[in-house]
Design a protein around this ligand. Structure first.
Ligand code: ATP
Ligand code: MG
Length: 429
């Protein structure tokens, strides 16, 4: 048998490797195609490897044109000095991410490369470098570490820690069901710690979402993509972005949708709440046919409490999400550390004190609003409205009160006293 490598061109070899990597065919099947190509060549009948692959049904013409484009891309990226591109890890709206070997340190890294058309867009390139600089300021076990930024062959790239594992989004899609509460809590706690660190350093992520949370095989959560991050006090960047809604609409905060200038850490709190909502219910908080309609719901529609979607959820976790996702930033947690402390309480089986207080205040505000809306002289109506509100909005709080050990104990004592009195009465007769 002839050596197939003698017949296939260098680019065909690369394409063949890519086709196997992508699972279109096995190494053996590729070997057979290469042997057939060599055999045909001996008979002086030249056929390209791609022709043979298509004829054998391993790839369609459409798939082939995509594969060719990807291989071309990889060939160009091979030019990044000091790195050897190994495979493609994925692609998002803005860039493509490759697995590569950093030759100097002999370590595996992930390289995010801007496509050429974006590499020529100054605004995009500036944002890209900002990502590198912003991420480089952070040093935290739950944040994907930034290593390097640069430009080669007209492509701008960002080198970062390689995370062997899936994103939370991949897990949600693959499993098709919500995370168990305990596991979701463990992941969100880690991401919240990452955000506390980022916020203390004056950085806002602006794009917290399940696709940007990577999980290592050891269960360590890594917050990826400080892609939309910038210094909180960078007014120039804020002005440049005014009116534009960046980020993914399923998790984006109302103030980002409005293109407000004063975006702060509370935007990340909202997105973390929305991410948590998706993780524990298996549904995004607001679903609609178009991004614009989703954004409209973030702005206007009342959130369906997560424990109404998944009735197995604890009240505590539901309250944290509701406070984090308050439409008005002032009604959210007043610091990321506060949210962390509530998450830690719930993880220890205690109630989320700060969320509960905020929850009760919201209930009170709604009662007051109902009172203001009703006729102030009509006391009966007012009391009734109050009672209705308490039952409707505060039902969870009421149930929790009954779950409180102290209340339970008092209730027990009361029942015991009544039984004793009844018994004594009966004895007296
Ligand atoms: N540091 C990393 N290590 C390993 N894989 C990574 C790393 N960063 C990103 N990836 C993979 O590359 C994919 C694309 O990432 P990218 O940040 O470009 O887009 P995204 O976050 O998935 O989507 P979007 O464009 O909506 O933000 C990710 O989904 C993930 O699978
Ligand atoms: Mg990402």
């Amino acid at each position: 048998m002839s050596n197939p490598a003698n017949v296939a061109s260098k680019s065909e070899t690369m394409l063949g490797r890519y086709i196997v990597e992508q699972g279109f065919c096995t190494q053996e099947e590729l070997g057979d195609c290469l042997s057939l190509q060599a055999e045909l060549e001996r008979q002086e009948s030249h056929r390209s490897l791609t022709d043979i692959l298509v004829a054998n049904g391993y790839v369609t013409q459409t798939q082939l044109s995509r594969v060719k484009a990807a291989v071309e891309e990889q060939k160009t990226f091979q030019q990044i000095p000091g790195y050897q591109i190994m495979s493609k890890l994925g692609a998002g709206a803005m860039a493509t991410v490759f697995k590569a070997r950093q030759l100097s340190l002999d370590r595996i890294v992930a390289i995010k490369v801007l496509p050429k058309r974006m590499s020529e867009n100054k605004e995009f390139v500036d944002r890209f470098y900002m990502e590198g600089k912003a991420a480089a300021k952070l040093n935290h076990p739950n944040i994907v570490a930034a290593y390097d930024v640069g430009e080669a062959g007209g492509y701008h790239y960002f080198v970062m820690e390689y995370v062997a594992g899936k994103t939370v989004y991949d897990h949600l899609v693959d499993s098709g069901k919500p995370y168990p509460e305990k596991q979701a809590l463990d992941i969100i706690l880690q991401v919240c710690r990452a955000l506390v660190h980022a916020h203390l350093n004056g950085l806002i992520h602006r794009d917290v979402k399940p696709k940007n949370i990577m999980m290592t095989p050891e269960g360590i959560a890594k917050l990826a993509d400080m892609g939309l991050a910038r210094e909180a006090d960078d007014k120039v960047a804020a002005a440049a972005e005014a009116g534009k809604a960046y980020g993914t609409p399923y998790y984006i905060s109302p103030e980002q949708i409005r293109g407000q200038l004063n975006i702060d850490f509370r935007a990340d709190i909202y997105s973390l709440g929305a991410t948590m909502y998706h993780m524990v219910t298996g549904r995004v908080p607001f679903e609609a046919p178009s991004p614009a309609a989703v954004m409209h719901k973030h702005l206007k529609e009342e959130l369906l409490p997560p424990d109404h979607v998944n009735t197995n959820l604890s009240a505590g976790i539901s309250e944290i999400i509701e406070v984090a996702m308050a439409k008005d930033p002032a009604k959210r947690y007043s610091s990321t550390s506060d949210m962390l402390s509530d998450l830690e309480s719930v993880a220890h089986g205690d109630p989320p004190k700060l969320a509960r207080r905020a929850y009760d205040l919201t209930t009170l505000a709604k009662i007051e609003k109902a009172a203001a809306d009703s006729n102030p002289t009509d006391q009966v109506d007012l009391v009734q409205a109050e009672e209705e509100q308490t039952i409707d909005l505060g039902s969870r709080t009421m149930i929790q009160k009954f779950k409180d050990p102290l209340v339970l104990m008092l209730l027990g004592c009361l029942i015991f006293a009544i039984v004793i009195i009844v018994l004594l009465e009966m004895k007296g007769h």
